[in-house]
Design a protein around this ligand. Structure first.
Ligand SMILES: [Ca+2]
Ligand SMILES: [Ca+2]
Ligand SMILES: [Ca+2]
Ligand SMILES: [Ca+2]
Length: 341
């Protein structure tokens, strides 16, 4: 009986999937503020803004500088911003110092979103340093620990200081750093905004380009549905229990997923996460304790997407972690369709 009703719901939902879904795109405006100070009083701050549409995955991408601009005697060669309200903020820049060492701040807009409780996050930054003065080149990080990049949330809370400054005798060198090294880690806080910034001093006449990514992903019931059958229950708990106190969890397996907070050990923190999502259907994508059309709208946006991966799994719609959003995921949505708890 259950089987028949599930098949009916799948057929109905599939029919709706064939209909055009509202694009959801809207006109938005984001900016990056650049400050350059070459120590001679030529201190300048300029905000580069771009207006555009979000793409079908909710990304706003904008090239804010595509031909060289001069501020404070220094050059901004390129500047790009990529933002997703899900949320994520990425910066890409290219700068050249004035004829004396120049301090740069490259600060993203603040990305705000509805409160996320204890979400997971990951951040990375990379810099390519090029000697153009023939006297070697140095980039000096001005964040704590001599780091060049900072990923922040809620205005001033630091998620990560990344990438130490470095020197080269000549030529070009690229360095990068990610936190955590792989996967993501939990922030034990309620987040409502993120932002990121590069802040460094660049030696006279030399160039630096860089990229950064800061992504926050909420923990979801699917995190603890270890056997991917759509519901976290005793079957998942037996898998979890088998790894209890295991301290050698590592990527990409993470003790068959039981190390929910990717801390390397299955402990009381993971148990708390398990308890939070106990019997919570994975199909409740927006986590409002009901499986209905708001979840379906998110699902439809991701329908037939491929390359879904940790930690986002295509906005939480690749329920079985197969890498694609397909009929098997739809079946899990249908299993719990219109359920509330
Ligand atoms: Ca399960
Ligand atoms: Ca853990
Ligand atoms: Ca829901
Ligand atoms: Ca799937």
């Amino acid at each position: 009986m259950k089987k028949v009703s599930t098949i009916c719901v799948v057929v109905v939902l599939l029919t709706v999937l064939a209909l055009p879904i509202g694009a959801g795109a809207c006109q938005i405006r984001y900016s990056i503020t650049v400050t350059a100070n070459d120590g001679t009083g030529l201190d300048a701050t300029r905000t580069f803004s771009g207006t555009g549409q979000t793409d079908e995955k909710g990304y706003f991408k904008c090239e804010l500088v595509n031909s060289e601009q001069t501020i404070g005697g220094a050059a901004i060669e390129s500047l790009k911003l990529r933002i997703n309200s899900d949320p994520e903020v990425d910066i890409e820049f290219g700068v050249r110092a004035n004829s004396s060492a120049t301090t740069f701040s490259i600060l993203s807009d603040v990305v705000t979103f509805p409160p996320l409780v204890n979400p997971t996050a990951s951040a990375s930054a990379g810099i390519v340093l090029t000697d153009r003065s023939s006297a070697g080149a140095t980039i000096t990080g001005l964040f704590p620990g001599g780091k060049t990049h900072q990923a922040r949330y809620n205005g001033s809370a630091v998620f990560a200081n990344l990438l130490s400054g470095f020197s080269i005798p000549g030529g070009t060198l690229a360095e990068e750093e990610a936190q955590p090294l792989s996967g993501s880690r939990i922030i034990n806080d309620t987040l409502t905004s993120i932002e990121s910034e590069f802040y460094f001093t660049l030696s006279a006449g030399d160039s630096a380009s860089g990229t950064s990514t800061f992504e926050v992903v909420p923990l979801r019931p699917m995190t603890v549905d270890l056997n991917h059958d759509g519901i976290p229950n005793f079957q998942d708990f037996s898998i979890f229990a088998a790894f209890w106190q295991n301290a050698s969890c590592s990527p990409p397996d993470w003790c068959q997923g039981s190390d929910f907070d990717r801390s390397g050990i299955v402990d009381i923190n993971d148990l708390q996460i398990f308890a939070e999502f106990w019997l919570w259907p994975v199909a409740d994508i927006d986590m409002d304790r009901a499986v209905n059309f708001t979840d379906y709208a998110i699902f439809a946006d991701n329908w037939l997407y491929q390359n879904c991966a940790e930690p986002d799994w295509c906005e939480g719609t690749d329920f079985d972690h197969s890498g694609s959003v397909d009929i098997l995921d739809l079946a899990r949505l249908a299993d719990y369709w219109l359920m509330q708890w």
